[in-house]
Design a protein around this ligand. Structure first.
Ligand code: BTN
Length: 323
C-alpha cells in the first residue's frame, strides 16, 4: 500500500480525529510526509478536516464505483457489459429484467446501494451506500438442471478465492452460500434461475453477490452486528471495491467453466466452516439438531441427527450452534 492508501485506511477506520504524530508513528514516516499525503488526498476530492490540536478526520470519501475503475483490473480482452447504477431496488431484479429481454450471459449489474436488497429465504439484505458491493451476474450456461444446482456453491468458492487474493484474508464458506471472516458473515450469495420446462435446461441464472467491504460498525443495526462484519473491520484496510469486483468477475468465470468437472468442490470443502460442528437444521419450517459431517458430490450438506438418522441436505438452512 502507498502512504496515501495507508492514510485513507487509518482515517476511514475511525470517526474520531487522529493526530499527525500518531499516524506518522503507525506508518513509520515523518509528520511532514503525512501532511503531504493529506494535501494530495484533498486535491483528489477527499474531504479531510485538519485541526492543529486534534489532527485529521475524514468527513467524506469519493468512494465511488466507475466502469473505468473496474475495467482497469479486468483483462483488456474482456468486453462484457457492465451496468453501473447509483441505486436500484435489487441488482438481481434489474439483471433478471435484462435477461428476460435477451441480455447476453456475462453481463454484470452493480449498484452503489439497494433499496430492497434480497437475501435467501425471503430475508432482506442490508445495502447501505458507499460501502459495499452489490453485484449480479447474468449466466447462460449450457447445463442441465442437476448441474445448475451447483452454481451457488461454485460461485461461493470463486468469490472466496477472489476476496482472499485481493485482501490477503482467509475466507471460509458456511454451507451453502455465506462467506465468513473470523467467524462472522462478510458476504451472501443469492441465485435466481429461469428454467425451460420443455428442454429441462436452464434458460438463464442471475447470481447476486453482496460483499461488506467498508466498516459496518456505525452502519448496521446492533442485532446484525452480532453475526455480520466487513472486510475493513476485520483487516483494518479499506480496499478498492472496483478491484474486488473485477477479481470476482474473473474468478467466477474461471470456476464456472470448470464446474462440470466439480473441481471447485475440493476447495469448497477446505474452506468449509461447518464441517464437524453441531448445527440446527431448518427444513420446511421444522428445526432439528444434528452434526455436520461432510459435503456431498452435489455440494449438499451431510448431517447425522441425534437419533442416528443420516441425511444429505440440498436445500434448507443449517445454523452453527455456539460451542
Ligand atoms: C443472503 O445472504 O441470504 C444472500 C444475500 C445476497 C445479496 C446480494 S446483493 C446483490 C444481489 N441483489 C440482491 O438483492 N441480493 C443479492
Amino acid at each position: 500500500m502507498t502512504i496515501k492508501e495507508s492514510v485513507i485506511s487509518e482515517l476511514s477506520c475511525s470517526d474520531k480525529y487522529i493526530s499527525g504524530e500518531a499516524l506518522a508513528e503507525k506508518l513509520g514516516v515523518s509528520r511532514n510526509t503525512i501532511w503531504k499525503a493529506v494535501k494530495s488526498l484533498r486535491e483528489e476530492g477527499f474531504d479531510i478536516d485538519a485541526s492543529s490540536n486534534r489532527g485529521y478526520r475524514i468527513l467524506e470519501m469519493p468512494y465511488i464505483i466507475t466502469e473505468a475503475g473496474i475495467r482497469k483490473f479486468l483483462p483488456q480482452s474482456d468486453n462484457r457489459r457492465l451496468y453501473i447504477l447509483e441505486s436500484t431496488d435489487s441488482t438481481n431484479n434489474y439483471a433478471k429484467d435484462l435477461a428476460r429481454n435477451g441480455e447476453s450471459g456475462g453481463t454484470v449489474v452493480i449498484s452503489d446501494t439497494q433499496t430492497a436488497g434480497k437475501g435467501r429465504m425471503g430475508r432482506s439484505f442490508c445495502s447501505p451506500p458507499k460501502s459495499s458491493i452489490y453485484m449480479s451476474l447474468i449466466l447462460r450456461p449450457k447445463m442441465d438442471i442437476e448441474s445448475s444446482q451447483l452454481i451457488t456453491s461454485c460461485v461461493a468458492a470463486a468469490t472466496a478465492s477472489a476476496i482472499d487474493k485481493i485482501c490477503g484474508t482467509d475466507t471460509q464458506i458456511k454451507w451453502v452460500n455465506d462467506l465468513f471472516l473470523n467467524g462472522k458473515k462478510i458476504c451472501g450469495i443469492l441465485t435466481e434461475a429461469s428454467v425451460s420446462f420443455e428442454s429441462g435446461t436452464l434458460d438463464f441464472a442471475v447470481v447476486g453477490i453482496g460483499i461488506n467491504v467498508r466498516s459496518v460498525l456505525n452502519v448496521f443495526p446492533d442485532e446484525l452486528l452480532k453475526t455480520a462484519t466487513s472486510i475493513q473491520d476485520e483487516t483494518k484496510i479499506l480496499f478498492d471495491r472496483s478491484e474486488i469486483i473485477a477479481e470476482v468477475i474473473t474468478s467466477v468465470e474461471k470456476y464456472l467453466n470448470e464446474l462440470p468437472d466439480r473441481k471447485f468442490l475440493e476447495e469448497y470443502k477446505k474452506r468449509s466452516l461447518i464441517m464437524g460442528k453441531r448445527v440446527i437444521v431448518t427444513k420446511a419450517g421444522e428445526e432439528r439438531e444434528a452434526l455436520a459431517v461432510g459435503i456431498s458430490e452435489n455440494a449438499g450438506l451431510e448431517v447425522i441427527y441425534d437419533d442416528g438418522q443420516k441425511e444429505v441436505l440440498n436445500s434448507g438452512e443449517a445454523r452453527i450452534l455456539p460451542t
